[in-house]
Design a protein around this ligand. Structure first.
Ligand SMILES: Nc1ncnc2c1ncn2[C@@H]1O[C@H](COP(=O)(O)OP(=O)(O)OP(=O)(O)O)[C@@H](O)[C@H]1O
Ligand SMILES: [Mg+2]
Length: 504
């Protein structure tokens, strides 16, 4: 034993406190009577309600003690260690340890805290889901991560983009903006930089994605496509894009082009697709042809059925498509737009530079899921591929059952939607009413304490949430900067003249 450790061994807690500061005042408790509990509380739950007493969110006038770590461990055995490594976006503070809370889902995967980098946030309206996710996106841009908001249904992110000097694309009434459902996205700009082999791979990937998109759109219109429909669609798309005639450039394709070739097939098409004659092809594909025809005349009219007439900056740190003005066209138009954007974002992710991390945010994801099985499968595929594609997928919804409105109980859609939860290792649970919290507790196996955090602590202020990283739960309060609060004030409408919050 060294002289120092011998000296330390001799000191007890009272001795240490005396050595490092004034000893705390002791108040002798009256001795318990024989039938009284020994561990009775000596103060009310929230402390005495007197000035300078009770629980205070400000530093209390505590004596400062200095000691080395071997002593501190004994004196403050309940001191919490940092729950997550200090890498990535600094979100706020961990309410239990008081330390800063950082989020970097990819680092979390690499360090074995979670198994995939996807996040899902649940919470009642107004609990701060979008604000927390936005703070996360903005702070991750400092690490070179680019974010795509795959459909801003409420137009909330537009002021944020403008503040960053990025002009968001606004779709819908009064803007004359058109987005081609079959847009090649960033592929067109990068096409000539790719090798011939890579070009062939990209064409196959794009055609495959478009077929799935058209099938999802047909499903939304009430028709379930057959394998033959899918095969013919793939042939049509390859022909239109120029993949079959050795062209060195990609030809832009629109939905009316696809419809036209299906409705007026030429000899090449019906022989390639192994039909007996033209009539045979027309009769077999009549349903998918008419469904696409109706879509062009219906909810997509003028919005998604012609060449894109704006330039989207795919290299911007944050990019978004504002769909607020689409609301007038009905839920289906919004859902279709979200599905299109999902397909776009997948294109952008496919073409990322090596090492680029991309964040894809789907706020109000349940709207897209309502389109049907194919739309759910599209989200599912993106979540499954996130690790390989170096993307972080972020879903936001009010409650788990929102995702299940896609189909009848026990259907394939519902089974996949339920699985989506397991594809998001990090679950951010904002305040919920007891009824929804029960549902959460069932689907996420929350313990009793965690249930109380969601229905109690998290309900007290916006931005408070229980972050579940696989089994581990952390109580985190998001701290927004004054600039973030100003540019992302989703209650702003309530403060406009005539609104409930108008000040005299
Ligand atoms: N951490 C925070 N600190 C202070 N204010 C916050 C915080 N988080 C959110 N708010 C405020 O609370 C309001 C609602 O936040 P937000 O729009 O993010 O909620 P939401 O859960 O996304 O709601 P909805 O479900 O309706 O989309 C906003 O005005 C926002 O500024
Ligand atoms: Mg929101």
């Amino acid at each position: 034993m060294t002289p120092r450790s011998r000296a330390l061994a001799r000191r007890d807690a009272a001795g240490l406190l005396t050595a490092f500061g004034a000893p705390p005042a002791r108040r002798a408790l009256p001795a318990p009577t024989p039938h009284e509990r020994v561990n009775r509380p000596c103060a009310p739950r929230r402390g005495p309600s007197r000035r300078g007493h009770g629980w205070a969110p400000v530093p209390a006038p505590l004596a400062v003690y200095r000691a080395d770590t071997s002593e501190i461990g004994g004196l403050w055995p309940l001191l919490g260690a940092a729950t997550v490594p200090a890498v990535g976006a600094r979100i706020g503070y961990d309410a239990l340890s008081g330390g800063a809370f950082y989020c970097h889902p990819v680092e979390w995967v690499l360090r074995g805290l979670v198994t995939n980098p996807n996040l899902v946030a649940f919470g009642e309206p107004g609990r701060g889901k979008s604000s927390t996710i936005l703070a996360f996106l903005l702070r991750m841009t400092c690490f070179g991560v680019k974010a795509l908001i795959a459909g801003d249904v409420k137009g909330e992110y537009t002021p944020v983009l403008r503040a960053l000097g990025v002009e968001p694309i606004v779709l819908g009434a009064g803007h004359g903006t058109r987005l081609n459902a079959l847009d090649l996205g960033p592929l067109r700009a990068r096409w000539h930089q790719l090798s011939t082999t890579r070009q062939a791979e990209e064409v196959s990937a794009v055609v495959g994605r478009w077929v799935q998109l058209l099938v999802a759109l047909a499903e939304a219109a009430g028709y379930t496509a057959t394998p033959t429909d899918e095969m013919v669609l793939a042939l049509v798309l390859r022909r239109l894009i120029g993949a079959t005639d050795g062209t060195t450039d990609l030809r832009p394709v629109t939905l009316p082009d696809v419809h036209r070739l299906l409705a007026h097939p030429d000899r090449d098409l019906w022989t390639q697709a192994r039909f007996a004659d033209r009539r045979h092809l027309l009769d077999t594909t009549r349903a998918i042809t008419d469904t696409l025809g109706n879509l062009i005349a219906g909810p997509l009219a003028g919005l998604f059925d012609d060449h894109t007439n704006f330039d989207l900056d795919w290299t911007a740190p944050l990019q978004s498509l504002d769909l607020e003005r689409l609301a007038g066209r009905g839920d289906q138009a919004v859902a279709i737009a979200l599905t299109l954007l999902g397909s776009w974002s997948a294109l952008a992710t496919d073409l990322r530079e090596d090492g680029d991390l991309r964040l894809v945010l789907r706020d109000e994801v349940w709207r897209q899921m309502r389109l049907g099985l194919k739309a759910v499968q599209a989200v599912d595929a993106d979540l499954r591929l996130s690790r390989r594609q170096q993307s972080i997928q972020v879903l936001v919804a009010h409650k788990p059952s929102d995702m299940l409105t896609v189909g009848a109980a026990g259907s394939a859609e519902v089974a996949i939607a339920k699985d989506l939860l397991s594809l998001c290792s990090t679950r951010i649970l904002f305040g919920q009413s007891t009824r929804v919290a029960d549902e959460l507790a069932d689907s996420l196996a929350l313990g009793e304490r965690e249930h109380q955090v969601v229905t109690g602590w998290a309900m007290e202020r916006p931005g408070r949430a229980l972050w579940k990283l696989e089994g581990r739960g952390v109580k985190v309060a998001t701290v927004l900067s004054s600039v973030e609060k100003r540019i992302f004030d989703t209650n702003a409408q309530l403060r406009t003249p005539g609104g409930a919050g108008e000040r005299p």
